[in-house]
Design a protein around this ligand. Sequence first.
Ligand SMILES: *[C@@H]1O[C@H](CO)[C@@H](O)[C@H](O)[C@H]1NC(C)=O
Ligand SMILES: *[C@@H]1O[C@H](CO)[C@@H](O)[C@H](O)[C@H]1NC(C)=O
Length: 353
Amino acid sequence: MGGRNWLILGILACLIAFSSARELKVREDNKLAVYNHTLGTILVEYASAVYLSDLTELFTWTCPRCDGLTAGFEVIDLVVDVQHCLQAFVGVARDPNAIVIAFRGTQEHSIQNWIEDLFWKQLDLNYPGMPDAMVHHGFYFAYHNTTLRPAILNAVKQAKEIYGDIDIMATGHSMGGAMAAFCGLDLTVNHEAKNVQVMTFGQPRIGNAAFASYYRQLVPNTIRVTNDHDIVPHLPPYYSYFPQKTYHHFPREVWLYNIGLESLVYEVEKICDKSGEDPTCSRSVTGNSISDHLVYYGVELMCETWRSCRIVSDPLVAEYGKTDLQGNLILSKDPATPILKMKTQSSEGSNHI
Ligand SMILES: *[C@@H]1O[C@H](CO)[C@@H](O)[C@H](O)[C@H]1NC(C)=O
Ligand SMILES: *[C@@H]1O[C@H](CO)[C@@H](O)[C@H](O)[C@H]1NC(C)=O
């Protein structure tokens, strides 16, 4: 990273440090999520896999990140919105026995650029049907106004027809976490799903305090995992001087950090309060680290290479695909059929966009 980027990050970190602690009180009438460490270590693997660009390996769940705790996952839909460079999948997991929806974080340009932009995002959209709730339109539209939403809703519906009312878990890292939150809210509010859980990793703020308050009433089963000095959960900044206007996280944060004396280092997982902006959690440190953003529970959360959006697939999966006029691709299979055992021969029909 060049000196200029470090300088900018330094300035951002200072500004964040000055946006200090006075809380807007939110009503506390319902139970919040119970944090389950094992579930975190499983869901982070889905959030990591969705970054991969080989669609054949993802669709058949044979990718290098598709083993371990996620083995046996059955993908129902894999969606690539080429226009907006977004990717997500929906499938059914064995443990937890749940429908899992995973959203990719940004893949465009570089993580540094994306983080710099994040600093200036304005609260500029009224969340429909929630008076005074404001969100950032970019995150909102990434879920609501792209190929992703209809494909995801359709896959969830299909899965429910076969598997019944099992839990639905939405997950994602970074901007993918923001989209997972909007998805969890959408399923709850507009599709009467009752058993929705959301777990995000290194998620930025997405709305104001009024939004956070609605969100926590509607999707109480939400965990936002933040890692040590990860810069992204500190953005867009929280300005305590403008409590009605500023961005405000929804609960519940779980803050991962290390305490160490010389050679002894302990990993701590702190369950934070119900405010969403617990001053004793990640807010107690300066968010100045990109490397802390890219690894959660020891799992890498980034694409293999930073480059423009691309699709890599081969003719074997192409027959499961539909491409629209804009070039967006949806790979879809009937969840009633047994797990697809496609041989992923390295046939050279690869398609780079
Ligand atoms: C935590 O999640 C794991 C994985 O889904 C599950 O097996 C376990 O029972 C859960 N623990 C609790 C206490 O709910
Ligand atoms: C959202 O989608 C609608 C309909 O497809 C379109 O008219 C509108 O311009 C989109 N809004 C944004 C901000 O992209």
